[in-house]
Design a protein around this ligand. Structure first.
Ligand code: SF4
Ligand code: SF4
Length: 128
């Protein structure tokens, strides 16, 4: 699952992520990170047999954890179904349906932001 981890200044220098990875059996993929001495946040993918235990541990160590159901959103009212984003998407999260409309599946999204950059109508936005 994809989750946002938010860190306050109090815990920014602690080795919470490394400790969590050592303690539990799960894969940890950082998709986006914005960390500074003032705190920060990360969008990560956590997947594996002990993912729920890892998330619980992160919550107990004062990391603000929230499930990231969607990471990008496509405004269908502005999409012109040009297909420019489809071939750039590295995870096949964007595809063309039989009726030629373009759809986006957030479950497959890696948050690379290629589609956001290329879209001529700027109809794809990150959810931050
Ligand atoms: S952000 Fe990247 S992975 Fe996600 S839909 Fe856009 S191109 Fe695909
Ligand atoms: S690039 Fe933008 S306008 Fe074109 S299909 Fe993708 S989301 Fe729609």
């Amino acid at each position: 699952m994809k989750v946002w981890l938010k860190f306050s200044t109090k815990i920014i220098n602690e080795t919470i992520i490394a400790d969590t990875i050592r303690k539990f059996d799960f894969d940890f993929n950082i998709m986006k990170a914005d960390i500074s001495p003032k705190g920060g946040k990360m969008l990560v993918e956590i997947k594996g047999p002990e993912e729920n235990m890892a998330i619980q541990y992160l919550k107990e160590t004062c990391v603000d954890v929230s499930i990231a159901k969607d990471v990008v959103i496509k405004d269908d009212s502005k999409c012109i179904d040009c297909g420019a984003c489809v071939s750039l998407c590295p995870s096949n999260a964007i595809s063309v349906m039989n009726d030629k409309t373009v759809v986006l599946d957030n479950n497959k999204c890696l948050f690379c932001t290629f589609c956001i950059t290329v879209c001529p109508t700027k109809c794809i936005h990150p959810i931050l």
